[in-house]
Structure formats: C-alpha cells, structure tokens
Design a protein around this ligand. Sequence first.
Ligand SMILES: NC(=O)C1=CN([C@@H]2O[C@H](COP(=O)(O)OP(=O)(O)OC[C@H]3O[C@@H](n4cnc5c(N)ncnc54)[C@H](O)[C@@H]3O)[C@@H](O)[C@H]2O)C=CC1
Ligand SMILES: CC(=O)C(=O)O
Ligand SMILES: [Mg+2]
Length: 567
Amino acid sequence: MSEPTFRVALRGDGILNNPRWNKGTAFSAIERGAFGLTGRLPFRVNSLDEQCERAYNQLLMRETPLRKNTFLQSMKEQNWVLYYSLIGRHLKELIPIIYTPTEAEAISKYSHLFRRSEGLYLNFSNQNSMEQDLLEQSGGREIDLVVVSDAEAILGIGDQGVGISVAKAVIYTLLAGMDPSKTLCVTLDVGTDNENLLNDRLYVGWPHRRVRGADYDQFVDNFVQLVRKHHPHSLLHFEDFGVSNAKRLLDLYHDQHAVFNDDVQGTGAVTLACIMSAIGVTKSRLADQRIVIYGAGSAGLGIARQLRDGMVTIDKVSPKDANRHFWLLDRYGLIKESLGPDKIRPDLREFVRPDSEWADVRANESGEVGLLEVVKKVRPTILIGCSTQAGAFTEEIVREMAKGTERPIILPLSNPSSLHEVKPQDANDWTDGKALLATGSPFPPCKQPNGKEYKVAECNNALIYPGLGFGAMVAKSRCLTDTMIIAGTRRLASLAPALKDPDDALLPDFGDAPAVSFEVAVAVAEQAVEEGSADVDWKKEEIRDRLRVKQWKAVYGKYIYDPNGER
Ligand SMILES: NC(=O)C1=CN([C@@H]2O[C@H](COP(=O)(O)OP(=O)(O)OC[C@H]3O[C@@H](n4cnc5c(N)ncnc54)[C@H](O)[C@@H]3O)[C@@H](O)[C@H]2O)C=CC1
Ligand SMILES: CC(=O)C(=O)O
Ligand SMILES: [Mg+2]
C-alpha cells in the first residue's frame, strides 16, 4: 500500500497537540524542519512499530484494567494513529479494556477521572446556543457518524448523567474503518436522577434532576433537526437511552434521517445471528423455538422483535403466530394481560401473554409469575437475559430448562461481566456441557465434562453495528432499513465458526472482528443499492472496492506543510 500524503496547515505546538496529526517521535527529519519541530522532539526518529512496542510496554506496567483504560484514553488524546494501531495489534486483549467490561467502571468514575473534554456536550440549560455549539465543535468538518447518548441507561449500570460512551465510536473506527475525524460523539446532558452524582461536588455534568416529558422531547428534537440541517448524510447512532425513550425516538425519526438505535437494533441483529448459528447446531428452525427473554427493556424488546421478524422472513410464519413463540419477563414477572397498562409499556403489547394460559400456575401475592414457573411451563429452547440482574438464571432454573430440551441455548447478555444472569461455566456445569452459550461481555472458555474446552461467543452488538453503520454510510443510504439489517445479520451468521464445527463458538471471535465487520458492511451496502435506499449508482461487483477505499487506516502518511492545508 502506498503511503498517503497530507497537506497540513498546523506547526509547532499546533500539530503536536492535535491528536489527528501528531506523530510524536515518528515525524521524519524533513517534516520536523517543515513543521517547526526540530527542537521540539528528541533526536531519534521512530517507526510506528517502534512506537507501538514502547507504548505496549508502558501499558503492561499498568496493573489494573482501569489504569490501562485511562492510559489508552490519554493516548487517544495525544495521537490517534498510535492509539488505533496499538489496539488493532492487540485487539482481543484491549477491546475489553476500552469497551465492556472496563468501560463500565470508567464511565461510573467519569467525573473523578476527567482530564480533558471529548466530543460535544449539549446542556439543557445552554440550549439557546445549541446550534453555535454544534458548529464550533464540528468546525466545518464533514461528519459521517454522530453517536449520541443521554446516558440514562449506560450498559447495565444505569443513569450516569454526563458519563459518556465514546468507546462506541472508537469501535466503529477499529472494526469497520470509520474515519475518526468524521465522527462526532454527543452527550445530551439533561441532568441525572443518580443521587450519588447529584451529591458529588466533583460531578462535571449539570447537577439537576433529569428533564423529562415535553421539554426533553423538544431538546432532543432541536438536536436531531440540527444534525439533519448541518450533516444531512450522517448516520445518527443512539446509544444507551432510557427504556422510555429508546424505541420511541427511533420510531419518531426513522422516516426523517438515517437513525439507528444500537441497544434495540444492534442487539437484536447480533442475537439473531447468534441464534441462527445455534439452531444450525441443533438442526432446528427458528419457528421451532420457544423463547424466554428475561428483561424486557430496550435490548429485550429489540431482540424479541428481531427474532420474530426473522421467523416471519426466514420461516414464513405470520407475525401473529411468530409472536406466540415469545415469553417476556420484566420486573413484574411474566408480561401477561392482567398486569395492566401501568406495568406493561405500550411497545410490549404484541408480546403480552393471555392470562388463561397461566391460570394453573403458581403466582406471588400480586399475581406475578416468576422465571422458574415460566421455564417449568414453557420448557424454553432459548433463554436470553438482558435484565441487569446478576445471577438471575439460578441453578434450579438452568437445570429445569435442561430437562425440557436437549441443547439449551442460553444467552446471558447483560453487561458488564459482573451483571451477567449466569456465569457460562456454571451454565455449562449445570447442563453437563450441553448448553450452547454466548455472553454480552468476554468470558474465558468453559471446561467441559469431557475435558475439552467450549469457546463462549461474545454476543455483543459491537460485532455487528460497525459493519451496519459503515455499509450504510459509504452507500450514502438515506435510512438504515430492516432489510439492510437482516442482510448484515445473515452475513454475520454465515461466518459463525459453529457452522463448520458444532463444538465451536456460536459467533466469530472478536479477534476477527475487522474482517467480519467488513463482510457485514458489504452485505448492507449491497442490500442498500439493490433496494434503492442508497444514494449511489454502483454495480454489485464494485461495492467491495468502494468500501475498502473508504476505510480509514491507522498509518501516518507523509506530511507537507501548506498554510492552506488541513487542520
Ligand atoms: N450484549 C449486548 O450487545 C447488549 C447488552 N445489553 C445489556 O442488557 C442489559 C439491559 O440493557 P437495556 O435493555 O439497554 O436496559 P433497559 O433499562 O432498557 O432494560 C432493562 C430491563 O430489565 C428490567 N429489569 C430490571 N430488574 C428486573 C428483574 N428483577 N427481573 C426482570 N427484569 C428486570 C427493567 O425493568 C428493564 O425493562 C444491560 O446490562 C446492557 O448492558 C444491552 C445492549 C446490548
Ligand atoms: C453493548 C451495549 O450496547 C450495552 O451493553 O449497552
Ligand atoms: Mg448500549
């Protein structure tokens, strides 16, 4: 690959303090002269390989995952190429440091670890300057991707106020090649209901109770309309919004702009791919499954809808019949008719079970039916957890499930690792090694009763959303349609190791995620072109190359000083 050349307008401190352009000791002697850096750097010119070696050694000196996380965060603020190159070289080891599970701890300590601002903070009390703030931050840059969060439901750790999840944008770059200079991370700071944060004088966000209702909707709408006005071709990715807003905002804006809710759609898509892989092992159809989902929030509902739509598309079952394959539980137990509108969100309506089905089943004094009773009666083939309730899949529940099905498919998806509904090794032990397992955060392989190891797939939306978003973005798609998501999901499922070897993992390894994301992106762009969602006029055969050319690479390139160049 020939080295790219860039014309850059910054000099001296201006270039050294700019993470997009800074090369540190990798500036060549000629560049040092041209950019006023000869006296600003020690003599030796290092290669990127040498810089990565040094940085990795420094990283290893940090003993805890959180200290490694903050080290890498500082590096991102100094030098993007070094940051992405280092992580790319140690992907499997370092994704858990910058993403789940370590990001949960980093975000929960955001105000105390705060060193330097990143992205755009839009504060409810400063909303009059929203447009100006957006323009200051994006500074005339072309933006391909906007990742926005109001931090109400960060992973499973809840309301984090202004604690942000920029790791989602980093994953787009690492795994799909999204250009970080064309990415904007936005925090909508509408306050917090987290008492610890409200009482913390070091809290950096707006110390005010969460704004809700019409004022909240207006604030979000102002933001979305500004994105549409100034970045009409961008993909708008919603992350970790609260359950009362996630699906609602997606429905509100999906006709206006290319919007994507990762917790709803990304999680639904990766879980469908995982289950397609698992039913390949059990040699059954999606429509043969009885599916219990524990935790009917953004992720739980997104999964139910995606699996239901998969059943309709793949097995040609009617939507009504497909809905009958699902039993959803939330904090009031099974979602059934008699819970009433106070306890059943409107978006769950299609999955409500009839009371008559549960008349003979033991309920608590409030009439609620718990997970054990549901498992006993339904004898599920698939049990999915997205409840944030660690240990909810008890030994009794897992053993009960194993009585009703030969190969129980068990997916404890809550993040971070400490919140998983069951530890994979326990699920493996309690089912005599028969369970087909995938988890939301990385776990070590299970030791099987026969002495072999079973690789636990990581069923995390990060395995699919970078490809979905990148494919849609490069194809200049005006929307991210359900059919584009299904195309990406099918491509991901086709790459599952368990397809070749039923004893292997249900999903590709995160170490292979860049190649996997690329394939997902190709499938999504192909579908966008075929169905006419794309704003490009490409032939199918050229799509792969078009995507490759657009991928940002963590390489320095050669710089020429040019006062009219980039900054
Ligand atoms: N593996 C993956 O790719 C993903 C995993 N997740 C994880 O799933 C979990 C849920 O995330 P979201 O759906 O975004 O949050 P959410 O807040 O929208 O949903 C959580 C749901 O669990 C319910 N719940 C709470 N206590 C319960 C109990 N005792 N029994 C049953 N249900 C209970 C809540 O009422 C809520 O409806 C989090 O831990 C998150 O990290 C979320 C998105 C993607
Ligand atoms: C993975 C993810 O999006 C979550 O845990 O919220
Ligand atoms: Mg999330």
